[in-house]
Each structure stands twice: as structure tokens, then as C-alpha cells.
Design a binder for this molecule. Structure first.
Ligand SMILES: Cc1cc2nc3c(=O)[nH]c(=O)nc-3n(C[C@H](O)[C@H](O)[C@H](O)COP(=O)(O)OP(=O)(O)OC[C@H]3O[C@@H](n4cnc5c(N)ncnc54)[C@H](O)[C@@H]3O)c2cc1C
Length: 283
């Protein structure tokens, strides 16, 4: 049985999920956010609550400590984010960034990368950062100038990112960089850079509620085996983020050009269904 709700057909399960998220946000998240106030630091108590109450686990498959079963559904994500935003915006922001950082690994990571990073992201014990934007590459993400060079058994990344949410406290950075001479998105790849990678420094920027900073990578070395996310370079990651998770990523427009409603993308064991129905309109 499906119900019509603000222009979108919701199943019983989707309605129940929406109501459960609203209740949890009211009872467990809002008090923590209110007590925290406007401090420009990461609210770790709230992050752990999002793990404990089962929200972060929804971003990660069971095999890696989460609760995600089957394909990643954009309607589910939209319902969760809409309810969190309605009741507790800081919780929504944490959830969004957790998705931005974990999704590329889920989508294109090796088994070793998933096993290493996803469990602590599911529990809220650690947070990621998603490093796409650069001083010369904002809306035009294809203009990224950060470079990654393969030298023996490591990649060396050099470049500058800014406006990177969670960056001062993240345990890992998903960094987009250029690996070859191909122009635009064709030459881009995503890398997982651990926080303790050599040559990685940051400077606070204070642009939003989440702690954010500028990131400078100077010959920052990451192991060849564990750094690069392999699935078809950056293009797939950008387009998928636009359809599922990336409200602040310009992948939205790229997605609309490349993918249509009902399209399915298969990467390893993950199937992403492009829903195309957008965020449900609610009064
Ligand atoms: C609070 C906050 C948190 C953020 N967190 C992250 C993060 O975690 N990771 C990350 O990678 N990035 C992050 N960003 C960066 C964000 O993705 C960029 O700000 C965004 O992509 C826009 O880029 P820009 O700021 O360089 O603006 P620009 O690209 O310079 O755009 C400026 C204005 O020009 C308009 N414009 C641009 N191109 C055109 C065009 N061709 N035609 C007409 N109008 C145009 C835009 O719509 C915009 O209004 C964050 C930004 C904010 C504000």
C-alpha cells in the first residue's frame, strides 16, 4: 500500500521511517543541539547520538557496521534529511556530511577501504570531510587543479581546497584531484586521505555551523594500495552524489544531465536507483 503525501507516493515503511526520525530528532537530538548552542566546534555528543539512534548506520551496509540493506534509495535519504532539518538543523548537517564522506567509499572503495573507514563513520565515532571545492573550482567542479601523481607505491597530492566542512576534526578526507592530462571531469579521481597524511595542513575559515577549513596538500603522500577510489574516476562519484546525497555539491546539475529517473548504476555490490522524484513537498 502506498500513500500520497505532498505529491510523493510513500510506502507504509517510508511513512513509519519519517515519523520515527521526527520523534527521535525531537527527543534525542534537539536537546543536545540546544545545549551546544552556536559553538563553532563539532558537537561530538550529537554525532554519537546520530550513530546510537541508528541514523548514521543507515548510510553504511550491515557488513561494515551499518544497517543499510539493498540499494541506496534517494527517497529514504530525502525523508531523513527533511525530518532532521525540520526539527534539528545541526543534526541534519552532520548527517549530510557523514553521507558525503562515506558515500564515495561505499560506492567505489575496495574491501579494505570499506572495512577500514566505514564502521567508525556508521557509529559516529569519527567524521569525514568531503574535499571538492577549491579557490578556482566551486560551481565549476571540473576546474579542479589539485594534482595527484603516482610515485612508486604512493600517490602524492598537491593543491588547495577551501570551505571544507568537518575538516578540522575529520579522520579522513575524500579529496578530488587530477590524475592525468584529460580535461574536465575525465581527468579527476577521488582519494581517501587519512588525517595524519604527511604534507596536509589546514587553516580555519568559519563559514558555516560545522567546523570548516582551508586544506593545503603539499606533496601529501598516501599509499597506492589504499588511497584511490577506483570506480570510474571522479565522474561517477560526482554524478551519484548529486542524485543521492549532495545538496551542496554541484553534482545535482551534472546528474540531471547524465542520469534520468529510474536509471540504475551498479558498482560492485551496490545498486543505486536514481529516483528523480526529488524532495517531497510538505506543508
Ligand atoms: C557552509 C558551506 C559549507 C561547505 N562545505 C563544503 C564541503 O564540505 N566540501 C566542499 O567541497 N565544498 C563545500 N562548500 C563549498 C560549496 O560547494 C561551494 O561554495 C559551491 O560549490 C559554490 O562555489 P563557490 O563558492 O566557489 O561559488 P562560485 O562557483 O564562484 O559561484 C558564485 C555565484 O555565481 C553563480 N554562478 C557560477 N557559475 C555560474 C554560471 N556559469 N552562470 C551563472 N551563474 C553562475 C553561482 O550560482 C553563485 O551564485 C561549502 C560551502 C558552504 C557555504
Amino acid at each position: 500500500m502506498r500513500f500520497r503525501d505532498g505529491g510523493l507516493d510513500l510506502s507504509h515503511d517510508e511513512q513509519a521511517l519519517r515519523d520515527a526520525v521526527a520523534q527521535t530528532a525531537e527527543k534525542s537530538f534537539r536537546p543536545l543541539a540546544d545545549a551546544w548552542g552556536e559553538r563553532d566546534e563539532l558537537n561530538w555528543e550529537l554525532a554519537r547520538a546520530l550513530g546510537r539512534e541508528g541514523l548514521f548506520p543507515r548510510l553504511v551496509p550491515r557488513a561494515y557496521g551499518g544497517s543499510l540493506e539493498g540499494p541506496f534509495r534517494s527517497v529514504t535519504l530525502c525523508l531523513i534529511r527533511e525530518e532532521l532539518a525540520r526539527t534539528c538543523a545541526p543534526a541534519e548537517e552532520l548527517f549530510a556530511i557523514q553521507g558525503l564522506g562515506s558515500h564515495p567509499i561505499l560506492l567505489a572503495g575496495t574491501e579494505a577501504q570499506k572495512a577500514r573507514w566505514l564502521p567508525s563513520l556508521a557509529s559516529g565515532e569519527s567524521v569525514p570531510a568531503f574535499a571538492l571545492t577549491e579557490p578556482g573550482a566551486g560551481s565549476d567542479a571540473a576546474a579542479i587543479a589539485t594534482r595527484a601523481e603516482l610515485r612508486g607505491d604512493y600517490w602524492a597530492l598537491t593543491g588547495e581546497k577551501h570551505f571544507i566542512s568537518n575538516a578540522p576534526v575529520a579522520s579522513l578526507y575524500v579529496v578530488f584531484a587530477r590524475t592525468g592530462s584529460a580535461p574536465g571531469t575525465k581527468g579527476l579521481s577521488a582519494f581517501v586521505v587519512p588525517k595524519d597524511a604527511p604534507g596536509l595542513t589546514g587553516a580555519p575559515m568559519h563559514i558555516g555551523r560545522a567546523p570548516d577549513c582551508e586544506l593545503v596538500l603539499k606533496d601529501s603522500r598516501v599509499s597506492r594500495r589504499h588511497a584511490r577510489l577506483q570506480a570510474r574516476g571522479g565522474v561517477l562519484v560526482l554524478t551519484d552524489l548529486g542524485s543521492t546525497n549532495g545538496t551542496r555539491v554541484n553534482g545535482h546539475r551534472i546528474t540531471e544531465m547524465v542520469l534520468g529517473a529510474g536509471d540504475r548504476i551498479h558498482v560492485g555490490e551496490t545498486t543505486i536507483v536514481v529516483d528523480g522524484s526529488g524532495v517531497p513537498a510538505r506543508p
